[in-house]
Ligand binder design. Structure first.
Ligand SMILES: [Mg+2]
Length: 175
């Protein structure tokens, strides 16, 4: 991992996620008709809802154009969705310009080399457990869970707990 000094998680306002290998385990199922499907994880979905409830925003920057991704993003009310990004940094810079956020205010999750510029540029760069070595080396944090198996939820809980937002969110589950 890269961090010489710890990132300031209290300034994080947005979580940017890759999809294949981060929000999913990377499997793409193609049937005889050629239609594709992906498998998303419920824990991650609920995590996104908790993240939004804490007043934070979320975004997807994916290399692939996918209807399944668009539908899942819609279900989870992920505000910013960029797909078909052959290079991710321009999409990231455009997202910063649209939201008025600085890179330091963004946490970014990835698994493959396409995500490397974002992991290096973001305030909190995260590689999932199944990420390539280059990404893990550049990241501030490497998850113990793999993509599609709760890695997104892990990062959300990590940030919310580190910034004192978690206990407040739990109140509604404890009555
Ligand atoms: Mg990926």
């Amino acid at each position: 991992m890269a961090a010489e000094q710890k990132p300031d998680l209290s300034v994080i306002k947005m979580l940017v996620m890759d999809v294949d290998g981060v929000f999913t385990d990377g499997t793409i199922i193609i049937d005889d008709q050629g239609s594709q499907s992906k498998r998303f994880n419920y824990l991650d979905g609920h995590g996104i809802r908790l993240w939004h409830r804490a007043g934070l925003s979320s975004a997807i920057i994916s290399g692939k154009d996918s209807r399944a991704t668009a539908i899942r993003a819609g279900q989870l009310e992920i505000e910013h969705v960029s797909m078909g990004c052959t290079k991710k940094l321009p999409a990231f810079e455009s997202l910063l310009a649209r939201t008025g956020l600085a890179a330091e205010q963004v946490a970014c999750m990835g698994d493959d080399l396409l995500d490397l510029p974002l992991i290096r540029r973001a305030g909190f760069g995260v590689a999932v457990a199944n990420a390539v070595e280059e990404l893990k080396e550049a990241a501030d944090y490497v998850t113990t869970r793999c993509g599609g198996c709760g890695a997104v939820r892990e990062v959300i809980e990590y940030i919310l707990k580190a910034t004192g937002k978690w206990d407040r969110l739990m109140e509604r589950y404890l009555v």
